[in-house]
Design a protein around this ligand. Structure first.
Ligand SMILES: [Mn+2]
Length: 232
């Protein structure tokens, strides 16, 4: 078991708090021993977050190493969890455990990783976020998709963030290129289903939801215009 930093849900600094700490440390008249210690703690926290995030990227890369995405270019699978984490950063998410959860979000569902392994390596909070966004593969595909809509509404804020970024990444991929063997109708059906999951996560992150709604609007228009499918 790797050494864990004092509680995975320990102190977390928002961008605003970081700026304030730096400000009080470097403006001479406001400099105080407390602020210096505050800055030291912040540096330790950032270094620890960076180390933990690299460990997650490395673990996910090893676990997904033989997998490819469904696009015609057969992009390495690891591009997906890294891209999901990147979308969260773009959405202003600064909670390192959420970023770690995004990097690991498909490891239990799509590799031989167990939840206990994630608890041991990355702590219960990160493992909990991953567990929340993991489908039960013993169920049928239709049932799993139905349950995603049901479970999304009661999911934690952290899990909703990962879900939204995951959906945005996948829908952008589908919008860019149709996977091999998929019909346009199937892509449209996927958009319709994803819209329901996203709807159940509404009020979680303004940026991610705005990007998603832009795509939903675009797909409704396209399908209306060319008459491939009827908008429900
Ligand atoms: Mn995913």
């Amino acid at each position: 078991m790797k050494k864990q930093r004092g509680g995975q849900s320990g102190p977390h600094f928002s961008i605003h708090q970081q700026q304030r700490t730096l400000h009080t440390c470097f403006v001479p008249e406001e400099r105080s021993l407390g602020a210096v210690f505050g800055l030291f703690g912040l540096v330790v926290e950032i270094m620890s977050d960076m180390s933990g995030i690299i460990q997650c990227v490395n673990f996910a890369a090893i676990q997904h190493k033989d997998q490819r995405r469904k696009d015609p270019e057969k992009t390495p699978y690891i591009n997906h969890p890294i891209g999901v984490a990147q979308l969260l950063i773009e959405g202003g998410v600064s909670d390192a455990d959420v970023i770690k959860g995004a990097l690991l979000h498909d490891t239990i569902e799509d590799t031989n990783t167990t939840q206990q392994q994630l608890i041991d390596k990355f702590g219960p909070r990160v493992a909990g976020i991953v567990a929340e966004v993991t489908d039960d593969k013993s169920l049928s595909k239709e049932e799993r998709k139905r349950l995603q809509i049901v479970h999304a509404a009661s999911a934690s804020h952290e899990a909703k963030l990962v879900k939204l970024a995951d959906k945005l990444y996948n829908l952008r991929d589908l919008d860019r290129v149709t996977p091999e063997g998929w019909t346009r109708e199937r892509v449209y059906q996927y958009f319709q289903w994803a819209a329901k999951v996203v709807d159940a996560c509404s009020g979680t992150n303004e940026y991610l939801e705005a990007q998603l709604h832009e795509l939903f609007n675009k797909w409704k228009c396209i399908n209306n215009d060319d008459g491939v499918v009827t908008v429900q």
